[in-house]
Design a protein around this ligand. Structure first.
Ligand SMILES: [Cu+2]
Length: 374
């Protein structure tokens, strides 16, 4: 066990976690032994690219079809524990975040690239964190090699061998579920080097891409039914765990808060534009649906070695998975993009808007008679 400063996080880690910690460290040690011979691959000649991550729902600039061979793509993320506001009824939550946002930023690389992540846990934080990439291979997805206490940083490199959109999330021993439902998750997209393809091998290209991270939150209430407030993540831990164990979220939201992607923050598109929607849910099943539109190409479970489904109305994304839908807008208007458990969409918050400009097509739909007296 490492020497940790005595603080609440040590208490949270607790004796119950000691066993798991030992196992993880053994796994890390064994992984190191296994990895050492294979480390012979010389990547020193590969070009290095430094990517500046951007906040969701936006995605950093990237090529859809890769030019040149594999690269080492460098990312940096700082972990920030922060109190966020979930809605306008006063619900707040001590989120743990990658880079300050829920979800964490989307990363894009191509199959065969190396992802090199610098993960920083500033000493202003209270908790230990790490990162498990579902897209990586070995060592608990990197979780066993990236445990950082406040005041530490680490660098992890892994090869992107599986194409698809994949969840990444924090997974500290003994506190995995709590960190994941505290917002500490995101998505990485590993594109095929020659881009996305349909069932017949036709290229699938997008004009723009949006990234929606769906998050279930479990916010404690007091005896009077009011949202409880806390001064730190550690202080909220036991109460939040009690709500988590009911499996009944108080909030299911897109991008960290009710209304984060509606009104002035709505996504936008034009008629004729092809838009890719990446949707991650690190913990709970979901079923995205675009009201008034369709999923032209859908990788519901997000893995590009499988052919996409066509023309879907709703698609199912199991918890712990990211999916990709591509749609060419054919009509202007305000579309709602929702989790089609409509209670979760309209009562708990899982709804976004896409404002689409362009010419109305009467052939696709017209009001033959406006509503009026019978
Ligand atoms: Cu964490």
């Amino acid at each position: 066990m490492p020497t940790l400063p005595v603080s609440r996080r040590t208490i949270l880690a607790g004796a119950a976690i000691a066993g798991a910690m030992t196992q993880i460290r053994q796994a890390a040690a064994e992984t190191k032994e296994v990895l050492t011979p294979a480390a012979a691959t010389d990547i020193s000649s590969l070009p290095r690219v430094k990517v500046k991550l951007v906040d969701p729902p936006f995605v950093h600039e990237h090529e859809q079809v890769a030019t040149g061979g594999p690269k080492v793509v460098e990312f940096e993320m700082t972990i920030i524990e922060k109190k966020i506001t979930l809605d306008d009824s006063g619900a707040t939550y001590w989120a743990s975040t990658f880079n300050g946002t829920v979800p964490g930023p989307l990363m894009v690389v191509h199959e065969g690239d190396y992802v090199e992540l610098t993960l920083i846990n500033p000493d202003t934080n209270e908790l230990m964190h790490n990162i498990d990439f579902h897209s990586s291979t070995g060592a608990l997805g990197g979780g066993a090699l990236t445990q950082v206490n406040p005041g530490e940083k680490t660098v992890l490199r892994w090869k992107a061998t599986k194409p698809g959109v994949f969840v990444y999330h924090c997974a500290p021993p003994g506190m995995v579920a709590w960190h994941v439902v505290s917002g500490m998750n995101g998505v990485i997209m590993v594109l095929p080097r020659d881009g996305l393809k349909g069932r017949e091998g036709e290229p699938v290209k997008y004009d723009k891409v949006y990234y929606v991270g769906e998050q279930d939150f479990y916010v404690p209430r007091d005896e009077a039914g009011n949202w409880k407030q806390y001064d730190s993540p550690g202080e909220s831990y036991e109460d939040v765990l009690a709500v988590m164990r009911t499996l009944t979220p108080t909030h299911v939201v897109f991008n960290g808060a009710v209304g984060a992607l509606t009104g002035d923050n709505a996504m936008t598109a034009k008629v004729g534009e092809t838009v890719a929607f990446i949707h991650g849910q690190a913990n709970r099943d979901t079923r995205p649906h675009l009201i008034g539109g369709h999923g032209d190409y859908v990788w519901a479970t997000g893995k590009f070695n499988n052919p996409p489904e066509r023309g879907l109305e709703t698609w199912f994304i199991p918890g712990g998975t990211a999916g990709l839908m591509v749609y060419t807008f054919e009509q202007p208007g305000i579309y709602a993009y929702v989790n089609h458990n409509l209670i979760e969409a309209f009562e708990l918050g899982a709804a976004a808007h896409v404002v689409v400009e362009g010419e109305w097509n009467d052939d696709l739909m017209m009001q033959v008679l406006a509503p009026g007296p019978i």
